[in-house]
Ligand binder design. Structure first.
Ligand code: AMP
Length: 233
């Protein structure tokens, strides 16, 4: 999609002229991680997944990991202050200066308000809501596997043996069990759906329909970001 005259993504072939500050919202299993990873790779901006950061902390038995383990196991939400501190630290890293893709954050209105403060002065925040029917989601999550090395989801048919990005093994996520999945969907409906409504009045908010082939979603996803930020796709 074309932006306004002079609206450009690349200024010198390496650095984007407009920072690509992007939030991806969507039910667990809607494809946020897959789309964020793909877009992040092609546009050279980091995909920041709070879920992956928390799972890494749990795997490494850090103090944070020990604190949040039970919350993830039951499909609840980690408290806002802990998550905001994690994101604040990550957004301050140099690789996020040209933009970032937040996947799984914010999940509550207080987190979104904190994010607004964190990105104040850093350019427009595009908010993409990846939308899917919750019943399709349950099937999708129960059959998915993720790389234990880098968190990438295996979407191939037939399933891959090893992760093409890091060589890690694909495993089932500990919280991809039916009861926990239903609780995570309920948590989304209770806490994150109101956030989608809260963001929906903003000019840089876009909805993308996620229940279609991955490449089609990727195309619509990139077009929605370009449209929201008035850049070339
Ligand atoms: P995800 O990989 O995004 O599905 O996140 C996995 C789990 O991590 C969630 O079910 C929550 O328990 C926790 N989590 C991830 N991001 C957040 C967040 N922004 N706020 C609160 N809890 C989170």
């Amino acid at each position: 999609m074309d932006g306004p005259a002079g609206g450009q993504r690349e200024s010198d072939g390496t650095a984007p002229a407009v920072p690509l500050n992007i939030v991806v919202l969507g039910l667990p299993g809607a494809g946020k991680g897959t789309q964020a990873a793909l877009y992040g790779r092609t546009h050279r901006i980091p995909q920041i997944s709070t879920g992956d950061m928390l799972r890494q902390a749990i795997a490494h038995r850090t103090p944070l990991g020990r604190t949040v383990e039970a919350v993830l196991a039951r499909g609840g939400l980690v408290d806002d202050a802990t998550i905001v501190a994690l994101v604040q630290e990550r957004l301050a890293q140099p690789d996020a200066a040209r933009g970032f893709l937040l996947d799984g954050f914010p999940r509550t209105i207080p987190q979104a308000e904190a994010l607004d403060r964190l990105v104040d002065g850093r350019g427009t925040l595009a908010v993409i809501s990846l939308e899917m029917d919750p019943e399709v989601i349950v099937e999708r999550i129960l059959s998915r596997r993720v790389c234990e090395g880098c968190g990438q989801t295996d979407v191939g048919t037939p399933p891959a043996d090893f992760c093409a990005s890091c060589g890690g093994n694909f495993v089932k996520r500990a919280d991809d069990q039916i009861d926990v999945v239903r609780q995570r969907i309920q948590t989304y409906v209770d806490h994150t759906q109101p956030l989608v409504d809260w963001y929906s009045a903003r000019p840089a908010f876009r909805r993308v329909h996620g229940d279609r082939p991955m490449a089609e979603v990727a195309h619509a996803f990139a077009a929605a970001i370009a449209d929201a930020l008035h850049i070339q796709g």
